[in-house]
Design a protein. Structure first.
Lengths: 263, 339
C-alpha cells in the first residue's frame, strides 16, 4: 500500500434531514471525511448516530422524497449527490457496491442463489465493458465459497447466515468495484463466523486494491480491519484519526467511554 | 436420582420435522442428541453455542415449553415428562424464562402495570391496594421508578423493557430463571448494568439461573459452570473459569479465539482457528463428529466414522470434553499449519 494523499471518496459537509410527518429530524449534521484508495475507513457510533444514513447517502439510496441531502460526496470529479439516476445505476455494483447487515433480507427468498448471482453478473457486465467483471465462480471463490451445485441450487433459507453473507460479498465483488460500503456486515453473524468474514475482508482489501467504508457499532470489528476511524455521535463527528489513535489514545471523553466498554 | 439436584436431564433427544421445500418429504432434523445435564440449586449454569446449536431448545425443554422426542427429565427427583405434569413445570416448580427480544415479549397495547398484574394474577389473587404495592416493589427491585407503571413498552428503551421482563418473571417468586440471550439485544453499557443487577437479584432471592448466550465472555463471567453446545450436542462442560481460560475442545478454542480484540495492532493479525477451505453446504455424515467439517485438527479416519462421546478430562474435576484428539491439539494444529 503506497502512502498517497489521493482521495477516492471525499465527503464534504454532508447534512441529511429526514422529514417525518410535519417534523424534521437532522440525522447527519455537517460531516466531512475522505477515504484513500486501498484503505479501510471505519465509521463507529451507537444506534441513531447517523452511521447508516451516511452509508446510504454515499450510494444515493436514500429516498429523495423523505430525505433532504446537502453537501457533496465527491467520487472522482463527480458529485454523487447530483448524479442522474441512470448514471447512479450504472455506477452501483460496478464502481461502488454495498453489503448490508442482514443477508437474509438482502437476498430474494424465492430465487436460487445461482439465479441471483447471475442477475448481478448480467447487470454489472452490461455497465462495465471496459474494466471487465469476475465470473460467478471467480467471485464465489474470492468470497471463499465452493462453486458447486449444493450452494448454487439452494434458496437463501437453506444456507447459514455466514454463507449468505459470503454470497452477498461475492455479488459485491463481481463488478470489480473500487469501493465497497459495508453496513454492519457481521453483526447478524456468530463470533466465529464474524472473524472469518473480517479475515476475508482484510485479504480482499490487501489483494484486490479495493477500499472499504466499514460501518459498525462493534469496535472489535473495526479494530480488525480499519486503518482510520471516524467516531460519530448524534449525527456529528466527535473524533477522527488512525485506528491506533482512536482505540489506544482516544482524546474525546465520548470516545474514551466507548473504548472503555467491554466488547 | 440424587435429591440435591434441582433438575436432571438424561439422554434427552429432540427431533424437529422439517421440509426442505414444500414438495419434498418431511425430513427429521436433530436439534438435540444425547443431552445429559445436572443443575444444582443456587448455581448459574451457562450454555454457550452459536445459532442452531440447540441451546434455546434445551432451555425450553427444561421449562416444559417443548416436549423432547425421547429421554427423561427429573425435577427435584420427580419425573415430569408425562404430558399432564409437563405443562405445569412453570407454576408448580417456579421455573420462568426471560427472552432475548424485550420488545417482542411485552404486549405493546398494555400499560406496564397491566403487564405485571397479569403475571401476578397467575400466582395469587390479592386485594387492589396491596397488589399496587407489590407491583411498585417489583419495579424497584429492577431499579426502575414506579412512574413506569403507567407507560407502554413502546415508550421505554430496550434496557428498561428488559428490566420489566425481569420484574415480571420475578413477581411469580421463581426458583429457576432461564435467561435466553437476555442481554444480547442491548448495547454494551446497558448489558453490563443488567448483568450486575441479575447477580444481585440472584443473591437476594437465592435463584438458580440458566444463562444462555452466544457470547463466551459473558457466559464465563456470569456463570459457575459452563456447557458448550455444537449442533445439538454438548461438546464440552466444566467450571466456567477452566472453560474460558483453558478450553480443550477445538470448537471452544475457536470460540475463544474469535472474541473481538480492541487493540488494532493485535486485532489486525487475529486469525480464526476454523478450517479454511472453500465452504460447501454439504451435510456432515450421520455418524461423524458434528464439528468435523470446521475442525482444524479433524482427520478422515476417526472423526468421520465415529461421534466422540463426552469423556472426563483427568486434570480438572467435573470437566468433560467430546473430542477424539483434544489431548494432541497443539501438536496436530502445528502439524497441519505446516502442511
Amino acid at each position: 500500500m503506497a502512502m498517497t494523499n489521493e482521495k477516492l471518496l471525499e465527503v464534504n459537509d454532508l447534512c441529511v434531514t429526514y422529514r417525518i410527518g410535519k417534523k424534521s429530524l437532522e440525522a447527519v449534521k455537517g460531516v466531512s471525511f475522505h477515504l484513500r484508495p486501498g484503505f479501510c475507513l471505519g465509521i463507529v457510533g451507537e444506534s441513531g448516530s447517523g452511521k447508516s444514513t451516511i452509508a446510504a447517502s454515499v450510494l444515493g439510496i436514500l429516498p429523495r422524497e423523505l430525505a433532504k441531502v446537502n453537501g457533496e460526496v465527491l467520487w472522482g470529479d463527480e458529485d454523487l449527490l447530483r448524479l442522474s439516476r441512470a448514471r447512479l445505476n450504472a455506477l452501483r455494483g460496478a464502481e461502488i457496491s454495498m453489503i448490508f447487515q442482514n443477508p437474509s433480507q438482502a437476498l430474494h427468498p424465492m430465487y436460487t442463489i445461482e439465479f441471483q448471482l447471475e442477475q448481478v453478473f448480467d447487470k454489472v457486465s452490461s455497465s462495465n465493458f471496459s474494466k471487465g467483471t469476475l465470473s460467478v465462480s471467480e467471485a464465489m471463490s474470492m468470497a471463499r465459497l465452493k462453486c458447486s451445485k449444493d450452494i448454487l441450487n439452494t434458496y437463501p433459507h437453506e444456507l447459514s447466515g455466514g454463507m449468505k453473507q459470503r454470497v452477498m460479498l461475492a455479488m459485491a465483488l463481481m463488478g470489480k468495484p473500487q469501493l465497497i460500503v459495508a453496513d454492519e456486515p457481521t453483526s447478524a453473524l456468530d463470533v466465529t463466523v464474524q472473524l472469518e468474514v473480517i479475515e476475508l475482508l482484510r485479504s480482499i482489501i490487501a489483494n484486490e486494491n479495493v477500499s472499504l467504508l466499514l460501518i459498525s457499532h462493534n469496535l472489535g470489528v473495526v479494530a480488525g480491519i480499519a486503518d482510520e476511524i471516524v467516531v460519530l455521535r448524534n449525527g456529528g463527528i466527535v473524533e477522527s484519526g488512525t485506528a491506533e489513535q482512536i482505540l489506544l489514545e482516544p482524546q474525546h471523553t465520548y470516545t474514551r467511554e466507548l473504548v472503555g466498554i467491554r466488547v | 436420582m440424587s435429591k440435591d439436584l434441582l433438575v436432571e436431564l438424561i439422554d434427552i433427544e429432540k427431533v424437529f420435522l422439517a421440509r426442505k421445500n414444500f414438495m419434498n418429504k418431511v425430513k427429521p432434523q436433530k436439534a438435540l442428541s444425547n443431552i445429559d445435564l445436572q443443575i444444582y440449586p443456587g448455581e448459574t449454569l451457562g450454555i454457550v453455542g452459536e445459532t442452531g446449536s440447540g441451546k434455546s431448545t434445551l432451555g425450553k425443554i427444561i421449562l416444559g415449553l417443548e416436549r423432547p422426542t425421547s429421554g427423561r427429565l427429573f425435577i427435584q427427583g420427580k419425573e415430569v415428562l408425562t404430558s399432564r405434569t409437563r405443562s405445569k413445570i412453570g407454576s408448580e416448580y417456579g421455573f420462568q424464562m426471560v427472552f432475548q427480544d424485550p420488545a417482542g415479549s411485552l404486549n405493546p397495547q398494555l400499560r406496564i402495570e397491566q403487564v405485571l398484574a397479569e403475571a401476578l394474577g397467575t400466582v395469587e389473587s390479592s386485594p387492589g391496594s396491596s397488589r399496587m404495592v407489590r407491583l411498585q416493589q417489583s419495579l424497584e427491585e429492577v431499579e426502575l421508578s414506579k412512574e413506569f407503571l403507567n407507560r407502554y413498552s413502546g415508550q421505554m428503551s430496550g434496557g428498561q423493557q428488559q428490566r420489566v421482563a425481569n420484574a415480571r418473571a420475578l413477581l411469580t417468586k421463581p426458583r429457576l430463571l432461564v435467561l435466553d440471550e437476555a442481554v444480547s439485544a442491548l448495547d454494551a453499557v446497558t448489558q453490563s448494568h443488567l448483568l450486575r443487577l441479575l447477580k444481585k437479584l440472584q443473591k437476594k432471592h437465592n435463584l438458580t439461573y440458566i444463562f444462555i448466550s452466544h457470547d463466551l465472555e459473558a457466559v464465563a463471567e456470569m456463570s459457575d459452570r459452563t456447557v458448550v453446545m455444537y449442533q445439538g450436542r454438548i461438546v464440552e462442560q466444566g467450571e466456567s473459569s477452566t472453560i474460558y481460560h483453558r478450553p480443550k475442545h477445538p470448537y471452544t478454542r475457536g470460540l475463544k479465539a474469535s472474541i473481538p480484540i480492541r487493540d488494532p495492532r493485535l486485532a489486525k493479525t487475529q486469525r480464526s482457528l476454523m478450517r479454511r477451505d472453500l465452504l460447501t453446504n454439504e451435510e456432515v455424515p450421520q455418524h461423524a463428529c458434528p464439528f468435523v467439517d470446521r475442525c482444524p485438527i479433524s482427520d478422515e479416519a476417526k472423526c468421520i466414522t465415529a461421534t466422540p462421546q463426552l469423556t472426563c478430562v483427568p486434570e480438572y474435576s467435573n470437566h468433560k470434553v467430546a473430542c477424539h484428539y483434544y489431548r494432541d491439539f497443539d501438536e496436530r494444529f502445528n502439524q497441519i499449519g505446516k502442511g
